[in-house]
Design a protein around this ligand. Structure first.
Ligand code: FAD
Length: 629
């Protein structure tokens, strides 16, 4: 009886509901259309779709599926059916709900308690309430080393733990948010500038070729993902409570709420910049002390425990006059994977670092119209530079190739080659943090309306590849990256000019003749022998995979496709080992390595999730809550 009663409570989640493009209002509509009601009615076997009340349904996810194996392209929905509302508005649906049975991947019953989740601020406050903290949800004036005044969830009368969060990328921001909400005394230290000034520094780079080594596409408020495509896809379950908490937090700070529903959510730089400003204002209102243009140069260690950090004004490259020591009870290290000086400092402090596999390669750029027509055929005309009914086309390809180099292939399994960080309607940007090194990535604006499509084409590399260049030790991967970034800078001839080659010429090992296909990269491109950039086995893997990608995406190998060198910073080449439970470094007490730079995340959302969990772990270790979430 309980089982039967259950069916008439909570929510039924209906997945894989297909609506043909012609019947759907289009990618920007997240409402319940008549065509969608028909798809729903079919699943619950309700005879008259138009009698189903729209109010009883909400779209959980909407994706576009234009795979060639389908008879026609369609939008694919996941929809929640709220039983209570449905039965109130259409009591005749009772028997149909009663007969509904769960079907793997298609129909799922969610009891009431499984359906609620809020943004991170409400989650933390709920934890504090459970923990008996009457002041949960209030931001009180900070009291340092005095009466906690309800700020610290652990109770009044105790001083607040002083926590430094180093790095203002997604992982650092989310760690700072959680810790501030739990009532810790948080200082966020960021070597780069706030987004407003950072925007000006990036403008100077793109227009006048002036690189500020501390405020650029990698460093500054929001971290590496700010001037980016802002893709919010992650391999952590899309509908998982943690990912939803992060996405809802972004919505709270100004992201459009379609990111909660879109199958491939993305923001674009124009949406990220105001969002980060709101995030900052919220943190400041919660008492977080934010120090921009402040670089952590060293850790203060006493009795094998971190007790603070040495910082300097990041505009002062000699650290001569501005260096000062700041005391903290714990340091959350969220520095990303471009902070090469910070890794060196950690090594000098004997913090355990281990090399990690990552991937290197080139960035390929096609005209977006070509990718639209490869992916959509006749439907390509519906894209209309991001304003049409269907999304600007993207792609994702992965292949495994054998190493031709005997020394490597004997022991190794196949090497994977894949597209990475694809930016539809975007542009290629410079992500160097040093003028002698050249590396690139991609970004876009929310409309994705540029005439180009770019993506990294990369192959995995590991210690065996570093060995071939006689690179050993924990930072071998970083030296490996540097080697090819320097070679690319030389091939480009300096001044951040990027070496390029047509895909067709790369396959035939010949220099591309001018005129070259147009490139979105604004600092200039120069024809070069990119087939000589990497060791032969890497070039060969890239060539093999290009030929395989052509089978999947006919037209991908094109005279109009231009390869740009070099893509090296795909994920961290180093891991900073930490405890799975406490998030504390295995080699230095009081140090909490998090996010992409620590080797525990890759991408905006996973870095944010890692920062969030580290915030909970640090809060727990300082007794700010008891661990009940
Ligand atoms: P980061 O974002 O790298 O942040 C680290 C911060 O620490 C930086 O702001 C840095 O200035 C600061 N810092 C470093 N050292 C110090 C120090 N010693 N003292 C003080 N501060 C320091 N991911 C996606 O999921 N989707 C995308 O579309 C996407 N596009 C991208 C486009 C570009 C151009 C780039 C470069 C990256 C892109 N990524 C994307 C990757 C994504 O940005 C990262 O995975 C993510 O930002 C990692 O977050 P993080 O907080 O771990 O580190």
């Amino acid at each position: 009886a309980a089982k039967v009663k259950n069916k008439l409570e909570g929510v039924w989640r209906l997945s894989k509901l297909g609506v043909p493009v012609g019947d759907d209002p289009g990618k920007d509509s997240l409402g319940i259309s008549q065509a969608l009601l028909q798809a729903i009615a079919k699943v619950i076997e309700f005879p008259v779709a138009s009698m189903l009340p729209e109010e009883a349904f909400s779209v959980v996810r909407k994706s576009f599926d234009a795979r060639k194996i389908l008879k026609e392209a369609k939008f694919v929905y996941t929809v929640d059916l709220d039983v209570k509302t449905l039965l109130e508005l259409e009591p005749r649906a009772h028997d149909f709900i009663f007969r509904l049975e769960p079907k793997l991947g298609l129909v799922e019953h969610l009891p009431p308690e499984k359906t609620v989740s809020g943004d991170l601020i409400s989650v933390v406050n709920e934890c504090r309430r459970i923990n008996g903290d009457a002041a949960a949800g209030e931001h009180e004036p900070k009291v340092i080393n005095g009466n906690g005044g309800g700020g610290g969830g652990g109770g009044g009368g105790r001083s607040k733990p002083r926590i430094a969060v180093v790095g203002g990328g997604p992982s650092g921001l989310f760690a700072a948010l959680v810790l501030a909400e739990f009532g810790a005394d948080v200082t966020l230290i960021e070597r780069g500038q706030a987004v407003e000034e950072r925007g000006r520094d990036i403008g100077a780079l793109v227009v006048r070729k002036i690189l500020d080594m501390e405020s650029n596409f990698c460093f500054g408020e929001g971290g590496a993902g700010t001037w980016s495509d802002g893709k919010l896809v992650t391999r952590i379950g899309k509908n998982s409570a943690t990912v939803l908490a992060v996405l809802k937090t972004l919505v709270r700070f100004g992201a459009p709420d379609n990111i909660l529903v879109n199958g491939k959510p993305h923001l674009g730089t124009d949406k990220l910049v105001p969002l980060l400003r709101n995030f900052r204002h919220y943190l400041q209102s919660a008492g977080v002390n934010i120090k921009f243009r402040t670089r952590v140069d060293d850790l203060l260690v006493e009795d094998s425990r971190v007790v603070g950090v040495r910082v300097s004004d990041s505009a002062d490259h000699l650290q001569s006059s501005t260096s000062k020591d700041l005391k903290f009870d714990a340091v959350v290290l969220a520095v990303g994977h471009s902070a090469r000086d910070t890794y060196e400092m950690l090594l000098s402090r004997n913090v355990e670092l281990t090399p990690k596999d990552f991937a290197v390669g080139l960035r390929v750029e096609h005209p977006q119209e070509l990718i639209n027509s490869i992916q959509y055929s006749d439907l390509a005309s519906e894209v209309r530079k991001g304003r049409g009914k269907v999304p600007v086309a993207d792609y994702k390809v992965v292949q495994y190739v054998n190493d031709k180099d005997e020394e490597l292939s004997q022991s190794s399994s196949k090497r994977s080659c894949y597209s990475f960080c694809m930016c539809p309607g975007g542009q290629v940007v410079l992500t160097s943090t040093n003028p002698n090194e050249l590396c690139i990535n991609g970004m876009s604006f929310s409309r994705r309306s540029s005439k180009w499509a770019n993506a990294a084409l990369v192959v995995t590399v590991s210690a065996k590849d570093f060995d071939l260049l006689n690179l050993t030790g924990p930072l071998a991967g970083i030296e490996f990256q540097r080697e090819f970034e320097r070679r690319a800078a030389i091939m480009g001839g300096g001044n951040f000019t990027v070496p390029v080659q047509r895909v067709t010429d790369f396959l035939e090992s010949k220099l591309s003749e001018t005129p070259l296909p147009s490139s979105s990269y604004r600092l200039g491109v120069k024809s070069a022998n990119l087939h000589e950039l990497f060791p032969a086995h890497i070039t060969d893997s890239l060539r093999q995979s290009l030929s395989m990608f052509e089978k999947e995406l006919p037209g991908f190998i094109s005279e109009e496709a231009l390869l740009h060198g070099v893509e090296t910073r795909t994920s961290s080449p180093v891991r900073i080992p930490r405890s799975n439970e406490t998030y504390e470094s295995t080699s230095l007490e009081g140090l909490y390595p998090v996010g992409e730079g620590a080797g525990y995340a890759g991408g905006i959302v996973s870095a944010a999730v890692d920062g969030m969990f580290s915030g909970f772990a640090v809060a727990k270790s300082f007794d700010l809550f008891d661990g009940t979430v």
